[in-house]
Design a protein around this ligand. Sequence first.
Ligand code: MG
Length: 247
Amino acid sequence: MNHHLKEYLSKHHYPRFEIKAILFDMDGVLYDSMPAHADSWQKTMEEFGYSTTKPAEFYLHEGRLGQATINIITEREFGREATAKEMEEIYARKTELFREYNNGKTITGAAQVLELVKEKGLTPVLVTGSGQPSLLGRLDAHFPGTFTPQTMVTAFDVVNGKPDPEPFLQGLKKGGDLQPNQAIVIENAPLGIEAAVGAGIFTIAVNTGPLPDSLLREAGASVVFDSMTQLLEELPGLLHQAETTGI
Ligand code: MG
């Protein structure tokens, strides 16, 4: 672990970490919602006459704003950009089906990780590309007293979604005007990792889905864990090392 931390510091020319906040992605990190996302996307695209998508594809789009995903698939399928009306209608239907398919189940260990972060006096910040009211509105019910609008970045806050670094740069701001070496990102998806690494933040991947670890490493994750439970076990040691590691 130590050498990953050192590698980050030397690459980014920081003498040390000063961790104040942990930036959490939502889908696939806090909520076990990715299967419902993939299935609702697939059903929606079929209904709108698209024939080239498969549910597995949507794990690769994970983190993108819905409009961007629709546009990429429309260009591939029809050789043109999606119209504003298509984007609106498709995303509305996808949102409706997602609400129907998703059971609101949280990822095992996620609540405990958030509690640990708070116990350590660090600020948990949510950084998601999601614009799904059915999950965003229930965060406080599932993870009480953890996130407030002041510590959340959602689809409604950004112009450029993941893989652009903007959401995580805003996350640093909401964490208390932080520098990149004052935070750690927890992500599960390649595009989210790319965004976090682009924002210059030490990024831990938690692989809760079907993609191979290699894709998460290639996207730039410094460390890949296989579950939030493993993160829960490793995080105290990692934070201790981050406090004591310097170059
Ligand atoms: Mg995710």
